[in-house]
Design a protein around this ligand. Structure first.
Ligand code: RB5
Length: 148
């Protein structure tokens, strides 16, 4: 699969590890940065990953920041993105099965490297469950047009 990956400075080391792991698994990785420890703003990288997935340029996205939360909020602003913050293998599986998440977000300050790599593998091999979950995904899509 083709997978875009992005992080801010807080997520840089975990991103590097996940990029290596994805390549080891045989995936094509599109690394959207950051690639230096200098302080950056996570919305820039969350949006870049979101755009790459929503445009069809990549099959899935991976975001890493300190908590995963900021990157997820930013990525979810892009229409068609369903970004999920994941803390373990179970939430990774359910993010695919129930929510058809297409972007997975990690908090490098909160999860260990083994949990992150195992969760990423689970995310990539889990399938959307369809059925009642499809109706809910469609309702989420309709919210793209929601005004306050
Ligand atoms: C950076 O200090 C931190 O705020 C960022 O990595 C992330 O945790 C935001 O959600």
């Amino acid at each position: 699969m083709r997978i875009s990956v992005g992080s801010d400075h807080a997520g840089l080391e975990l991103k590097r590890l996940l990029v290596e792991h994805l390549a080891f698994l045989g995936h094509e990785v599109v690394d959207l940065g950051t690639n230096s420890p200098d302080e950056v703003d996570y919305p820039d990288f969350g949006a870049a990953v979101g755009r790459s997935v929503a445009s069809g340029g990549t099959d899935f996205g991976v975001c890493v920041c300190g908590t995963g939360i900021g990157m997820a909020i930013a990525a979810n602003k892009v229409h068609g993105v369903r970004a999920a913050v994941v803390h373990d293998v179970s939430s990774a599986r359910l993010a695919r099965e129930h929510n058809k998440a297409n972007v997975i977000c990690f908090g490098a300050r909160l999860v260990g490297t083994v949990v992150a790599t195992d969760s990423l593998e689970m995310f990539l091999r889990s399938e959307f469950g369809g059925g009642r979950h499809l109706r809910r995904i469609e309702k989420i899509a309709a919210l793209d047009e929601c005004q306050p």
